[in-house]
Design a protein around this ligand. Structure first.
Ligand SMILES: Cc1ncc(COP(=O)(O)O)c(C=O)c1O
Length: 402
């Protein structure tokens, strides 16, 4: 039997890593709001696999749906040829939950893949090539979505990326004038994630919508992170009086299994049939994963988990008052603590893990600590996690002494 030490060196030797110091917890199992390591320690999970495990770890209804479907069939054909109920029922349920004209969904395997599909669809529908995204945007890590992302240090080594991409200032209505009849799509995160959980101001998204309508550009909203109930509505755009032409989703959609999707009107989506097979994927719409997504959606729709995210936000905000926390950004259970310095953020994430609480960073804002727990997190668990955060911040102020 290999020991944990062997596992750590095997982890370094055989599995690719992208940071020099991965957190490296060796996982035994996970349930609800807790993850357990092989030493038998439990960790209260305030990260949820980075906003992915919406219903908590191994939610019984999601597990039952997966098992039931795995017993029937797991993969029978590439995307879109056979009628497979889990995928069809999921697309139909999404159409029922979304406003017109967001009625037709293309299922893929991840957020970035959904974004690639959205880029292709926008170019195909408009016959234009220019794409406009926002400063400090994050849309994924494949070449197309990386091109939309705005973090030069992480892009430079991979150039050349997609041509014809421009970035506008998020929440700046003046820069909307640069959207023109050359623009295929304006692509925005409804709530900016990597940048530090930044909400759109007042009627910003409505203004973007208006300018897109004037110029014939499509509006694509990336809801890969806020989607599936994290910010008080099924999708965050519902709170801003603005319906996109293409909605992009992923992460929390199947409560921890890999999936993504982009949704648009039937007319727009049909353009992917010309050329024939205009977008294809082997595993997109996989029945086991679609069953998990459908079960997730049903639980979200029949419970109070979605509106309760706002009550849980208030509770977290009421606990987490401390001079080291300059600001708490975001909405619902998509919250970022903006610390006084990046050093405090690092201390908090690393020390919290040692004490049994999982926190994590954001991509581009070094002072940020994310709180994006399962939506099922209880009030008692909120209190437990926040009490520990306050204790650690006090310890930091005392120079590391309790
Ligand atoms: C807003 C946003 N877009 C796109 C992505 C990429 O999704 P994935 O990691 O599933 O490819 C993410 C993932 O963090 C995201 O938060």
């Amino acid at each position: 039997m290999s020991t944990s030490k062997d596992k750590t060196s095997d982890f370094r030797a055989y599995q690719s890593q992208t940071t020099p110091h991965p957190l490296g917890l060796e996982i035994s199992h996970a349930s609800g709001s807790y993850i357990y390591d092989v030493q038998g320690r439990d960790y209260l999970d305030f990260v949820a696999g980075v906003s992915a495990v919406s219903l908590g770890h191994s939610h019984p209804e999601v597990v039952a749906a997966v098992k039931q479907q795995a017993d029937k069939y797991m993969h029978v054909m590439v995307y879109g040829e056979f009628i497979q109920s889990p995928a069809l029922d999921l697309c139909k349920a999404l159409a029922g939950a979304l406003p017109y004209p967001l009625q037709t969904t293309y299922l893929v395997n991840s957020g970035t893949e959904a974004m690639e599909g959205a880029i292709k669809l926008a170019r195909r529908v408009t016959g234009r090539s220019e794409l406009i995204s926002a400063r400090n945007a994050y849309h994924g890590n494949t070449i197309g979505s990386l091109s939309l992302t705005d973090f030069e240090a992480r892009k430079a080594p991979f150039r050349p990326l997609l041509p014809d991409i421009r970035h506008i200032e998020f929440n700046n209505t003046q820069s909307l004038e640069t959207i023109s009849s050359k623009t295929a799509a304006v692509i925005l995160e409804t709530i900016q994630g990597g940048a530090g959980f930044i909400l759109p101001e007042a009627d910003y998204l409505q203004q973007v919508r208006r300018r897109c309508d004037e110029t014939g550009a499509l509006l694509v909203l990336d809801e890969i992170q806020p989607g599936f109930g994290r910010t008080g509505t099924l999708f965050a755009f519902e709170q801003f009086n603005c319906i996109p032409d293409i909605l992009v989703m992923g992460k929390g959609m199947a409560s921890g299994l890999p999936i993504g999707a982009f949704t648009a009107s039937r007319t727009h989506m049909d353009t992917l049939q010309d050329p024939k097979l205009g977008h294809i994927t082997t595993f997109g719409g996989n029945p086991v994963i679609a069953a998990a997504a459908l079960a997730t959606l049903k639980v979200l729709q029949k419970t109070h988990l979605i509106p309760d995210t706002l009550k849980k936000e208030s509770l977290i905000r009421s606990y987490l008052v401390h001079p080291a926390i300059s600001e708490i950004r975001g909405r619902g259970l998509m919250l970022a603590l903006i610390m006084e310095s990046a050093a405090i953020a690092d201390y908090l994430v690393l020390e919290a893990q040692k004490e049994g609480l999982l926190l994590f960073w954001l991509l581009f804002e070094p002072r940020a600590v994310r709180i994006s727990p399962p939506l099922t997190l209880s009030e008692a668990e909120i209190k437990q996690g926040c009490t520990l955060i306050l204790r650690l911040l006090q310890r930091y102020e005392n120079g590391g002494v309790n």
